[in-house]
Design a protein around this ligand. Sequence first.
Ligand SMILES: *[C@@H]1O[C@H](CO)[C@@H](O)[C@H](O)[C@H]1NC(C)=O
Ligand SMILES: *[C@@H]1O[C@H](CO)[C@@H](O)[C@H](O)[C@H]1NC(C)=O
Ligand SMILES: *[C@@H]1O[C@H](CO)[C@@H](O)[C@H](O)[C@H]1NC(C)=O
Ligand SMILES: *[C@@H]1O[C@H](CO)[C@@H](O)[C@H](O)[C@H]1NC(C)=O
Length: 403
Amino acid sequence: MGKARFYDRFLFVLLTATAFLVSGIASTETVDEILERIKYDIIDLDKNYSMKFHYVDFRNDGSDFLWKNMESEEDATEFTEDLFVDGKVSLILPFGFPFFDRNVTHVAVTTQGTIQSDEPSVNWTIAPLNAKFGMTRSNIYFLHEVNDIYIQWNNFRFDHVYFKEHDFSFQVRLSASGEIVFVYKKVPYHLKLLREICDCLENEFGVIYSYEEVRPAIEQIVELFFAYEAVPASSKTYELGYSTDFEKLEVRPGTLIRFSMADTCMFKNSCESCTETKFHLIPERPQQCHWCKKIQRCSSLRDGVRDEWYNKTCHHDPLVHPYFCNNINWSKNHKYVFIWILCIAILGAAFFCISILINLISNVPYGLVQVAFGCNNDQEEQADENRPNDGENDPTQIQDSGV
Ligand SMILES: *[C@@H]1O[C@H](CO)[C@@H](O)[C@H](O)[C@H]1NC(C)=O
Ligand SMILES: *[C@@H]1O[C@H](CO)[C@@H](O)[C@H](O)[C@H]1NC(C)=O
Ligand SMILES: *[C@@H]1O[C@H](CO)[C@@H](O)[C@H](O)[C@H]1NC(C)=O
Ligand SMILES: *[C@@H]1O[C@H](CO)[C@@H](O)[C@H](O)[C@H]1NC(C)=O
């Protein structure tokens, strides 16, 4: 772990530990009392810094203060069996849930223990368990409270000879702020073992988003004298979110996992929106998203865009302030202005030299010019002989010659 990354994490601990707790505190408990019950916690970010991850193991009933008891909640609704089609029920959220580049309003809740995109063209999954299709049954509840919605799976059982006895209970909270929290209430089996023996779980759980980015072709002035560079249309898939498996991470009753988005630089597609966006690594020191004119991309310089950023030498002249957005290739322009001034200076100097020469030619006594230029053809010699006589022309001579 690099120093910067450690620092990231360290700060994240401070930030999230309190936010996390305050958001779900039940009336009588103090933060200290809750902290007392935390036995173990992990803070992390995914490799491409798209999502923050905070795992807390409260052990047994320690996470009760975040658990909703759907039987006693008046507004809770259970999804009846007739609502399900292919193990999925569609749900319209009461608010737009910010999820990376999307404002999610329609989701599909599945019997596999996941929430998924309800649009076929978009591929994301929020999975506290992620069972294989057709292996499970459960009662699924939904509850809306102001800026949060809760989805809860109760009596969740696997259709497997060794693991059908006991049921699981777990819950996902989605907040209008974009936060996602998993709470596990009942986990009757060791999930690592279950996965090895039963083959009824997918490889990964967590938050998984295959973000497919399609970029149109761009053409822009890049060199002096209006040369164009064309960047062809392209598409690329980024794996965003934070996912892991039950071998790496132990999930048991009282486990809580919180996810939140790291920064949104890579989704900004104009220079202005990019350079106006800040994100926080350290609370009091906001960082700036950077814009690269050449590839028309925004990046935090640590996200999935960073390889392309360095490959295309964007780090040579990144834009970090909206002021420079309209001055096309501002720094390059500077270079061009210099070149233009140089050209004008050279032309000016040449013109000056020529005019001096012309001046010399017309003012210097003729002989000197002749010497200087080494003129010696016949005609000029003749002219030379004639010239001194010009002033002494007299009629007698003309007469003489005329005779
Ligand atoms: C998200 O969508 C909802 C519902 O369409 C809308 O009310 C809300 O303003 C949208 N939020 C953003 C940030 O676009
Ligand atoms: C969604 O993304 C996953 C990888 O995260 C991939 O395995 C799966 O095939 C994708 N599904 C669709 C429908 O594109
Ligand atoms: C991180 O981003 C790079 C591109 O910069 C990509 O190749 C890689 O697959 C990403 N890693 C994950 C885990 O998404
Ligand atoms: C960047 O360049 C390296 C090698 O120079 C290459 O392996 C990598 O695929 C390139 N990445 C992108 C996003 O072009």
